[in-house]
Design a protein around this ligand. Sequence first.
Ligand code: HEC
Ligand code: HEC
Length: 341
Amino acid sequence: MSARRSFTRSVVSVAVVSAATLLAGGVAVAQQFDQLYAPIAPPKSVDLGKVELGKKLYFDPRLSKSGFISCNSCHNLSMGGTDNIRTSIGDKWQQGPINSPTVLNSSLNLAQFWDGRAADLKAQAGGPIANPGEMAFSHTLAIDMLASIPAYVREFKLVFGKDKPDIDQVTEAIAEFEKTLVTPNSKFDQYLLGNKAALNKDELAGYRLFNESGCVACHNGPNLGGNSFQKMGVVEAYKGNTKNVEGRSAVTGKDADRFNYKVPTLRNVELTYPYFHDGASDTLAQAVDVMGRLQLGKKFTNAENEQIVAFLKTLTGEQPVFRLPILPPSSDSTPRPTPFK
Ligand code: HEC
Ligand code: HEC
């Protein structure tokens, strides 16, 4: 089957390892699969000044035209870094075209966005502020707002040593804050780090199914995803919303990349429902069923599905803990938000 062949080609390096380990048999199999993953490490060497400033900006709705929408509106850090709705709500209650991915552990991804159009977090962070369907502001207006608030001007100067905030500093600070949004010490990480009792019988059975049925071919590495672009609908076409979002081909211009998406991380996937780029699967049971059939041509029994879901829930790590930032108040000269215009 040609779909099968192209699937094998596209994930060839991992598939080869998997096939070899399958043949090896026994306990060695599990251990060799373990090597295809890695625990989440706490962030190293962040600039604390930038992190604190970036945290304020992340929570500041004044970076939007309405004065109402912040990064945290759609990437809510109380809810796994997502909004838990199918597609996001933007300025003036506009319906967004695509599901909001989690910001948790996104620093580990090979690129940002479902189609990978931003190379890194800094390149990503300027997008939503000026996107008419999201925060609907402009970089100039955002900088005017910040420059009108003396406490912000002082903090930018302290952190970056320049007289005036600019968009480059804004995106750099936000990206530095996002580097701290990692979730170490999940049950699966404890298992990888040597505590083999960290997973119970069902979770281990789910882990085995995840490896041996081939989920690992695309969901591997520290993020169990985030490190390659793959077709949605390898064996069977996806029937969800593919109308307004074509995937990776929007970036590469290549027809072969249509409906290829960055493989999403499965870290904290218990918290980041609904699933897929269109948010069409409400539950993990549904998402696992779709993945089995469309990507692998495999229909899991209810018991198998439950075991895989049990394994996926072991990927929930310690959520970032911090004090909610208190934002400096607007000054008399701060431009006022225009939510209804
Ligand atoms: C109106 C909702 C909304 C707002 C506000 C918003 N985002 Fe997003 N964000 C999204 C959506 C939707 C996507 C996916 C877009 C795509 O892939 O085409 C996304 C993607 C991302 C990603 C990529 C994650 C990944 O794994 O690909 C990051 C990081 C991110 N946003 C950070 C931010 C930051 C920082 C801000 C504030 C400056 C912000 N977002 C504001 C909805 C929003
Ligand atoms: C050929 C590569 C590939 C294989 C094999 C694969 N996946 Fe995926 N997975 C993807 C891609 C690509 C997406 C995103 C698809 C989309 O949103 O349209 C995804 C999405 C998911 C999601 C939704 C995550 C989210 O945040 O939206 C889950 C859960 C998931 N996969 C689990 C699995 C499981 C379990 C298996 C094995 C039964 C599996 N995947 C096999 C590539 C793969």
